[in-house]
Design a binder for this molecule. Structure first.
Ligand code: FAD
Length: 368
């Protein structure tokens, strides 16, 4: 007879690891199954590593709530686990009357989300903080930061193992079935096997829709049709020009080409947004260079184009289309009436920031 595991989490990205950690710390027996040879090689390794404040998201939505809660949890977790991070702050910059007027709307939205520390600056005040920056006005976000995402995932895995959980690698889930009292999963790889769990949590990121559709019994009307939006970066060689992160006014589906840097001081521009990318297509299109330069020069006039080179790309799993504001979608037994399965879909930005709060949220949804 097959042994029944208490909880199986599919996918060892930052979200799967945070969910598994939260469940294990709540006393559950947890195994994470990951298709690759190690954890965190997909979207969790292809992002901006920004700890977002929670400024833009629709008030009351999951992204707004889990980002604001997740940011606080993440700063505490980084402190207690000695993970590289920096509260480096961010400037949202406006050029022209329309954009300047847009700053007030952004500030109001942030306040509704509980982000009450944004400071309005004149163009002069902003360039006093960041010489080399051009803008007519700005908002300063003191709680925005950056984090070592790999260090974060290693620490989540360490906590999971300390709490008795485990990670199984080279273990792709190829299908399954929801049965009475349990869910059976087919696992491929070198040694094919079937595992049974009381609860399965689908944290498969870009593959979450595919995995859900492969598990017989997950109601199809609760599985969203994901769309994939690629984000490409160009890196800039030489000294980082700004110590804070610099963002233009966002559109509903993207934060615009912005300036960030990592903990090592590597400066980069991006990500842009290209809809309907193929999963696995991480090629950076060099022909986008002139567009990046034009957009960045609006706030960084001295940008030297010769210092820009194609960087890397990541892909966002989205439940909304171009021009629409999406949200995370987390579907549990209460929503679909099927005990034993929780699906996480559309976990795009700010999924890294929100990861610990997502873990808390999912652990609370899980039937005992
Ligand atoms: C360009 C870009 C920039 C971003 N910037 C930020 C940012 O600055 N700050 C922020 O907070 N967020 C950011 N994000 C969002 C953040 O990176 C993601 O929300 C987060 O990494 C998602 O983690 P995940 O664990 O859900 O997905 P993933 O990291 O993709 O993990 C899913 C895992 O599931 C595994 N898997 C899939 N299918 C199977 C299967 N059948 N069997 C077993 N395993 C399977 C995969 O191999 C993978 O390891 C950004 C995203 C992108 C694309």
């Amino acid at each position: 007879m097959t042994e029944v595991i208490d909880v199986v989490v599919i996918g060892a990205g930052v979200v799967g690891l945070a969910v598994a950690r939260a469940m294990a710390k709540a006393g559950r027996d947890v195994i994470v199954v990951e298709q690759h040879h190690t954890f965190g090689t997909e979207t969790s390794a292809r992002n901006s590593e920004v700890i977002h404040a929670g400024i833009y998201y629709r008030p009351g939505g999951l992204r707004a709530r889990l980002c604001v809660r997740g940011k606080d949890l993440l700063y505490d977790f980084c402190q207690s686990h000695n993970i590289g991070h920096k509260r480096c702050e961010k400037l949202i910059v406006a050029n022209g009357d329309d954009e300047v007027a847009g700053l007030s709307k952004i500030k109001r939205n942030a306040q509704e989300n509980g982000v009450c520390d944004l400071q309005r600056l004149s163009g002069r005040e902003a360039s006093d903080l960041e010489p080399g920056l051009r803008c007519d006005a700005a908002l300063l976000s003191p709680s925005t930061g950056i984090v070592d995402s790999h260090g974060l995932m290693s620490a989540l895995l360490g906590d999971l193992e300390d709490a008795g959980g485990a990670l199984a690698v080279n273990a792709p889930v190829t299908g399954g079935e929801i049965q009475e009292q349990r869910v059976s999963l087919d696992v491929g790889g070198a040694e094919r096997s079937t595992i049974s769990a009381r609860l399965v949590v689908n944290c498969a990121g870009l593959y979450a829709e595919k995995v859900a559709r492969s598990i017989h019994g997950v109601p199809s009307k609760t599985i969203p049709a994901l769309r994939y939006a690629k984000g490409q970066y160009f890196t800039s060689s030489g000294r980082a020009p700004f110590s804070r992160l610099i963002y233009p006014i966002p559109s509903p589906d993207s934060q615009g080409v912005h300036y960030t840097h990592d903990l090592g001081g590597q400066a980069r521009l991006g990500p842009d947004i290209q809809w309907d990318a193929a999963i696995g297509d991480y090629h950076v299109d060099e022909s986008r260079r002139s567009l990046f330069i034009a957009e960045a020069r609006r706030f960084w006039p001295d940008l030297d184009p010769d210092r820009l080179q194609p960087g890397y790309a990541g892909i966002r799993p989205k439940i909304a289309g171009p021009g629409e504001e999406g949200d995370f979608m987390i579907v549990g037994p209460v929503d679909h009436g099927t005990p034993g399965y929780i699906g996480l879909y559309g976990i795009e930005s700010p999924g890294l920031t929100s990861s610990l709060a997502i873990g808390e949220h999912v652990a609370a949804l899980a039937p005992q």
